[in-house]
Design a protein around this ligand. Structure first.
Ligand SMILES: NC(=O)c1ccc[n+]([C@@H]2O[C@H](COP(=O)([O-])OP(=O)(O)OC[C@H]3O[C@@H](n4cnc5c(N)ncnc54)[C@H](OP(=O)(O)O)[C@@H]3O)[C@@H](O)[C@H]2O)c1
Length: 428
């Protein structure tokens, strides 16, 4: 084992970057893991921004290129976020045979192919444990421990903001708007929460999970996405009464065999049976549930975001990269074959949808008729009387997505129908 110190260039010292700097000042890594890491330079954007006392000002640079090009920098850790300049400077680092550690899910979901090819060509590491599930070791278990496993499905709660909002709605009876406001107040949601609540953050993670679980190249554009903005407290209370919790899930699933297999990759709100382990994942926690041939079922749970938890995952990667560099080795680069993605319309599921209607004779038959006309068979129906209106909540048997969207379109055109609520897929 190399008793040595590796020079590190850090790009970004914000929430995660400054937490990493603090971990590095605390941990005596060299004694414990056999290789030390030394911060050589740190790139930030704003010269005058106040920073924690432990971020050494003498190492600051305002040009990420300068950091990557510094001969004393042997490994590059990217915690700036965004697509550019992150993409260009990381390509430059890899071309110079400097291993890279990043937490940038957006960059990997958009330009992963190009970056992994550059890492493979240079024969150096490109590690990204922190990009999905924050502190939860997910990438390494999927890539290494389960490398030989035939995985059927990876289903996760991978966005803490939306899980916090849904937990508040379910447990405290809060409206969507109030739960979102509380999440923002507590720093769990950003001022512009759209990337979280519209499911785009989860979609980037779904693409990354699908890539590593199935060894394929999945682009962000391959992921079908629905967020939680249309969900109401009534949807969540109905689910609860029926023995379910509503969660925003990211799913990567093998739908048919072949090499590469055909996959479904999607993000949407789901009604999860309370007996399923994912139903009990509360608040800002994240979890990923993995189903495979030999392992059966497996769940990993923990803090999905936050400075220190995310920095802990970055640090693990950094130690690996430093160690591999000294050994003249690199982790196996992920296999990324072109993926076959099943269009959402061809997928099947059981659905739950609520419909607000005028409360008068014949309406129920007309509404039920729309389901039947589109080959969607109803499994159960609950009616809530609200004076001159009624809320009908339907749960269907398994049906095709295409048939269900035709049903929703038909319902929206039906005269006594006031409002068609959010569509929930039923899990378990
Ligand atoms: N926060 C989390 O909980 C979390 C969890 C998982 C993954 N991640 C990922 O980790 C990455 C970092 O997130 P964060 O929350 O730490 O972000 P952040 O707090 O906004 O920090 C970004 C840092 O990068 C610097 N920076 C931005 N653009 C730059 C540029 N063009 N040149 C030089 N420096 C630049 C900023 O400089 P200034 O300090 O001068 O502004 C800041 O120090 C993102 O990819 C994010 O998706 C974050």
């Amino acid at each position: 084992v190399p008793q040595d110190v590796v020079g590190v260039g850090l790009l970004g010292a914000g929430t995660v970057g400054s937490a990493l700097v603090e971990l590095l000042t605390r941990e005596a890594l060299r004694e414990r893991v056999g290789v030390g890491v030394k911060l050589v330079r740190i790139a930030v954007a704003h010269p005058d921004k106040p920073r924690p006392a432990w971020v050494p000002r003498e190492l600051l640079s305002f040009d990420p290129n300068e950091v990557v090009e510094d001969p004393a920098v042997e490994v590059v850790v990217e915690l700036m976020g965004g697509l550019e300049p992150a993409r260009s400077v990381l390509l430059k680092a890899l071309e110079a045979k400097k291993p890279v550690v990043t937490a940038n899910k957006e960059l990997l979901a958009r330009h992963g192919g190009e970056l992994f090819a550059a890492a493979a060509k240079a024969g150096v590491d490109l590690l990204f444990e922190a990009a999905v599930g924050g502190a939860i070791p997910l990438v390494r278990p999927l890539r290494e421990s389960l490398a030989g496993e035939r995985i059927h499905r990876v289903m996760g709660i991978v966005n803490g903001t939306t899980n916090y909002i849904l937990t508040k709605m379910s447990e405290d009876g809060m409206s969507y708007a109030d739960a979102l406001a509380e999440a923002q107040q507590r720093g769990y949601a950003e001022r512009d929460p759209s990337a979280d609540v519209e499911g785009r953050d989860a979609a980037a993670k779904a693409a990354i999970l699908a890539s590593i679980a199935f060894g394929v190249e999945v682009d962000l554009a391959d992921v079908s996405v629905e967020g939680i903005t249309a969900l109401t407290l009534e949807d969540i209370q109905f689910a609860k009464r029926s023995g379910f919790e509503v969660k925003l899930v990211a799913v990567a699933e093998r739908v048919s065999d072949g090499e590469p297999p055909e996959l479904s990759v999607r993000v949407h709100p789901a009604m999860i049976s309370r007996s399923h382990p994912l139903a009990s994942v509360r608040g800002v926690h994240n979890a990923v549930f993995i189903e495979g041939d030999a392992v059966g079922e497996l769940m990993l749970l923990g803090r999905g975001a936050g400075g220190a938890p995310t920095a802990a995952a970055v640090l693990g990667d950094l130690i690996d990269a430093a160690h591999n560099l000294r050994m003249g080795a690199a982790s196996r680069s992920p296999i990324r074959r072109p993926a076959r993605i099943q269009p959402l319309a061809e997928q099947s599921s059981c659905f739950c949808v609520s419909v607000a209607v005028a409360d008068r004779p014949g309406v129920l038959a007309a509404v039920a008729g729309v389901f039947g006309a589109n080959r969607v068979s109803i499994r159960s129906m609950e009616q809530v009387d609200l004076g001159r209106e009624a809320r009908l909540v339907f749960v269907t048997h398994e049906a095709k997505e295409a048939d269900m969207s035709a049903t929703l379109a038909g319902l929206r055109h039906l005269e006594p129908v006031d409002k068609v609520g959010a569509l929930l897929r039923v899990v378990g």
